[in-house]
Write a protein that binds this ligand. Structure first.
Ligand code: PBG
Length: 331
């Protein structure tokens, strides 16, 4: 009989469900909050004008010419997003990736335009060679070997050219040894002592970068990135990598990817206490989009659950292709 449901009341001292009963109570005791001020929005900048070309494996993400990138960034800023992270698609690639430090290349031009035209927007630039080399590797090659120290020199040149264009933050994603220190020294020597370095401190060799390599045309022509990006099995090593980058002058440290590495985010944040970023990468985004397109998950809820989990793990900053969608939801 239905009447028995209310009849018996247990005498419990703790009833955790009390605080989950209404939206107002749940909001009152919520431990983790998201704000678009913590989001960085990656943009892929290409040559040309009026170009807005959707990336097939990343619905809602585009290759954008500088003029379109300015519109996209202004819209994102209008929705409260803190800043953009720029990747470049140069017109020409060569063995050393010389477009990486070309003042007229898409990232440098976009940086100047964004700084001028979108007030309050943080402009962050990716520092790596893989988008610029004809072979798609992150550095100079000797045969099939990536040379560390000569590559670091080139990365420092790229970082300086971004700072000259007005970038607020440079973000080396190459995982060469010693690059943060060299970049710091090169920036300081030219008077860019206020340019922030956000280092990809613990960047794993991950299958989840697949769609990005379509977007940036940076798939290596042979081999893979395991000689410099980290083994997904390691976390103690992530702490050593992070400690090195901090010693060399990193202001912000990053863990990448995010969802499969929440333990790494938590350890890095707990151990060092530095502003910590996590990159919710292309494959993580593509999986949600694909499942949602099939009607298999509720995309909005899954997106917010992922972003909240990344924050809960300890990330202060989230780099995500969902920045605008999430910002609109939080408004
Ligand atoms: C390298 C770089 C990559 C990403 C950011 N910077 C690709 C790689 O290491 O192969 C991946 C980002 C993503 O998957 O969203 N410049």
């Amino acid at each position: 009989m239905a009447t028995t449901a209310a009849a018996r009341i247990l005498s419990l001292t703790q009833r955790p469900r009390r605080l989950r009963r209404t939206p107002a109570l749940r909001a009152l005791v919520r431990e983790t909050r998201l704000s678009p001020e913590q989001f960085l929005y990656p943009l892929f900048v290409c040559e040309g004008e009026g170009v807005r070309r959707e990336i097939p494996s990343m619905p809602g993400v585009f290759n954008l010419s500088v003029d379109e990138a300015v519109k996209e960034a202004a819209a994102a800023r209008g929705e409260g997003v803190a800043g953009v992270l720029l990747f470049g698609l140069p017109a020409h690639k060569d063995a050393e990736g010389s477009a990486a430090w070309d003042a007229q290349a898409p990232v440098q031009r976009a940086t100047r335009a964004l700084v001028r035209e979108v007030p309050g927007l943080l402009v962050v630039t990716d520092v790596c060679l893989c988008e610029y080399t004809s072979h798609g590797h992150c550095g100079l090659l000797n045969g099939e070997e990536i040379l560390n120290d000569p590559t670091v020199e080139l990365l420092a040149k790229a970082a300086v050219s971004h700072a000259e264009a007005g970038a607020h933050i440079v973000a080396p994603s190459d995982m060469m040894d010693g690059r943060v220190g060299e970049i710091r020294t090169a920036l300081d020597a030219r008077g860019f002592d206020q340019t922030v370095i956000m280092s990809y401190a613990a960047k794993y060799s991950s299958a989840f970068y697949g769609p990005f390599r379509d977007a940036a045309g940076s798939t290596p022509a042979f081999g893979d990135r395991r000689s410099h990006q980290m083994d997904p099995a390691n976390v103690e090593e992530a702490l050593r990598e992070t400690a090195l980058d901090i010693d060399e002058g990193a202001d912000i440290v990053m863990v990448k990817p995010a969802m499969a590495y929440l333990d790494v985010i938590a350890r890095v944040k707990a151990e060092f206490g530095l502003p910590t970023a996590a990159y919710h990468v292309s494959g993580e985004y593509a999986m949600l989009k694909a499942a949602a397109a099939n009607g298999w998950i509720d995309e909005t809820r899954a997106m917010m659950e992922c972003l909240t989990s990344i924050r809960r793990a300890g990330a202060d900053i989230i780099i995500t292709y969902y920045a605008r969608e999430a910002a609109r939801l939080l408004a």
